[in-house]
Design a protein around this ligand. Structure first.
Ligand code: F6R
Length: 604
């Protein structure tokens, strides 16, 4: 996701900005840029792709003496990853970088265009710099113009702005996106969207609160709060440990990534849904022409998301869907017909087995689509069409936020196809879209929920096995819950369809068999409940996850009352992820790097 850096001081500003951006690389990005103001002149460089491209472009650029600069890594949301869309964005005499979304940018852009302003990019960010320059004409000071500008912005943002009219000052504002400011003994001043770029450069930092805005110059640090009251910086000592700073205070990357899911799902949805329609500008309009069937192929967690998707595709898009494990599909001489769209799903885009199936489908002349988290990966380069999941870099080996964003993409794709095939009325599509909008808040981890799971986890550290059970789309979620647990706890766990237990596995039931029961209120509740009762009658220890109180459970994790089973799906997903995490932590395992596993499996 996007990253911001800023610097005021006498060192080589370019180097400081580039090394700061390097520290933010782990968040993922597809273009980058810097703008430096020295002696009243701006230098601006942008490049698509990795920072090395920006480094090449700035090779001969150096600053001597005092300068100010801002830099940005961009993860494309509004507009494609091009140089024009990369930050910093320029007005006549000013540059801006921004993280977040300006929700009312369309209206602001329209007004500015009516005033004759020419826009260079497709981004929401560009309105900030033009609005600032318009306000500069009517306000007495640059700060007055900046304050007026941010008062007109709706949405979430962290902004840095520099302008020739105050050439030793950086203006900033924070509302909903992270930003901090740091100082050192040499009176240098730094800004960044997370602490990592500041480690080693600053001794003390001030974390801005939502609503803070102001400016920093060589001689002044000015902060106003959301009520326009001036306040002092609260400087705290900065940690010297980069790795722990990247974890933002969480114990493990996996934990951080579970907590990030609301944010990344918002990114997945960004610009892709209106009130009554799903828009995927990135896929060709005719991709589904002549397609009668979908074949989804993947490994591991991505396979579970594909399996989940098959329920949605058949239920809502009314399109025949089959799901394949890539390592099996490759060797079983499958029949492939040209009216099938072959869809591969992969976080990394590099998994050897999945990649091979994509090649097979291409060789057989099928149309192909990849749902992937890594742009420019091998699968993205090979497939006819790509939908990026926008989860940002996933560091924990056990996949969490990648799964969450894959399901989000699949749900959107279901509605996209339903519209083409007219299998759902517009009213039903609109309802589903309004549900999709609720997902980012549904997956937010509450303190209460996390504490409860932490407490319960101590009872699940032994036993002779776990069964995660669910029906319908909750069956693949049960598979995913079991996979998470076994990967990081090394305890034996299986996912099973609830209705299948009595066909064999129930023979294992005793108090040392732990059943994690997924009991959604809005999908086959009564049927699932009786399956759990069968296990409880045979003395299996039951941990039920539901919005509805379940008296037969030994442990009960209550999720919130939701309108729809898909929202229950997302909340239960978080519960099973946290349960695995807490069990693994209690067992003293390395959550982020479990034994025997690799993040990207590039061997077959
Ligand atoms: C589980 C996990 C793996 C991956 C699998 C496929 O937490 O991460 O099961 O899902 O190796 O990887 P991708 O999605 O990169 O193709």
């Amino acid at each position: 996701m996007c990253g911001i850096v800023g610097y005021l001081g006498k060192k080589n500003t370019k180097e400081i900005l580039l090394s700061g951006l390097k520290e933010l690389e782990y968040r993922g990005y597809d273009s980058a840029g810097i703008a430096v103001l020295q002696n009243g002149n701006f230098s601006n460089y942008k490049a698509v792709g990795k920072l090395v491209n920006l480094e090449k472009k700035t090779k001969n650029f150096i600053t001597n003496g005092f300068a100010i600069g801002i830099g940005h890594t961009r993860w494309a949301t509004h507009g494609k990853p091009t140089e024009l869309n990369a930050h910093p964005h320029i007005g006549e005499n000013s540059y801006v970088v921004h993280n977040g979304i300006i929700e009312n940018y369309v209206e602001i852009k329209k007004d500015l265009k009516n005033d004759g302003v020419n826009f260079l990019s497709q981004t929401d960010t560009e309105v900030i710099v033009h609005l600032f320059e318009k306000n500069l004409k009517s306000e007495k000071s640059a700060f007055g113009a900046f304050k007026k500008t941010i008062s007109k912005l709706d949405g979430a943002y962290a902004i840095l702005l520099v302008t020739k009219s105050e050439n030793d000052t950086i203006f900033y504002a924070k509302h909903g996106s992270p930003m901090l400011f740091g100082v050192n003994a040499e009176n240098e001043k730094y800004f960044a969207s997370s602490d990592t770029p500041l480690i080693g450069q600053c001794s003390h930092v001030n974390y801005f609160e939502d609503g803070d805005y102001g400016y920093v110059s060589a001689s002044e640090i000015v902060i106003f709060d959301k009520n326009n009251i001036k306040k002092d910086a609260v400087l705290s000592a900065l940690s010297e440990n980069k790795l722990s700073a990247q974890k933002d205070g969480f114990r493990f990357f996996m934990e951080k990534e579970i907590y990030e899911q609301g944010e990344v799902i918002s990114d997945t949805l960004l610009g892709r849904i209106t009130e009554n329609e799903v828009i995927f500008d990135e896929i060709p309009k005719d991709l589904f022409d002549g397609i009668k069937e979908l074949k989804l192929c993947a490994c591991g967690t991505s396979y579970h998301s594909a399996l989940s998707a098959s329920y949605l595709f058949e239920r809502y898009s009314k399109i025949k869907t089959s799901v394949e494990i890539a390592s099996e599909f490759r060797y079983r001489e499958p029949i492939m017909s040209k009216d099938t769209l072959f869809v591969v799903i992969s976080q990394s885009g590099e998994t050897a087995d999945t990649l091979e199936t994509l090649k097979m489908a291409k060789n057989a002349g099928l149309k192909t689509l990849v749902i992937c988290n890594v742009d420019n990966s091998s699968m993205v380069r090979l497939a006819d069409a790509t939908i990026l999941t926008r989860a940002g870099i996933e560091k924990g080996v056990a996949s969490t936020k990648a799964f969450a964003t894959q399901i989000t993409v699949f749900w959107m794709l279901t509605l996209y196809i339903a519209k083409i095939k007219k299998s759902l009325s517009n009213k039903k599509i609109s309802r589903q879209i309004s549900l999709l909008r609720e997902v980012p808040s549904v997956v937010k981890v509450t303190n209460e929920m996390h504490e409860k799971i932490k407490r319960i986890s101590k009872r699940y550290l032994h036993g002779h096995g776990f069964f995660f059970i669910g029906r319908d789309i909750f069956f693949p979620l049960a598979l995913e819950g079991a996979l998470k647990l076994k990967e990081i706890s090394y305890l034996h766990a299986e996912g099973y369809p609830s209705g299948e237990m009595k066909h064999g596995p129930i023979a294992l039931a005793d108090p040392e068999l732990f059943t994690i029961a997924l009991l959604p209120e809005h999908l086959h509740f009564e049927k699932s409940k009786s399956n759990v009762e069968e296990l409880s009658a045979r003395d299996s220890t039951i941990c039920a996850i539901s919005a509805v109180e379940f008296e037969k459970a030994d442990d009960f994790i209550q999720i919130s009352k939701c309108k729809d089973y898909m929202l229950e799906f997302f909340e239960m997903m978080v519960v099973v992820q946290l349960l695995s995490l807490e069990i693994s932590i209690r067992l003293g395992n390395d959550v982020d790097m479990p034994r025997n596993l690799a993040k990207s499996v590039t061997v077959e």
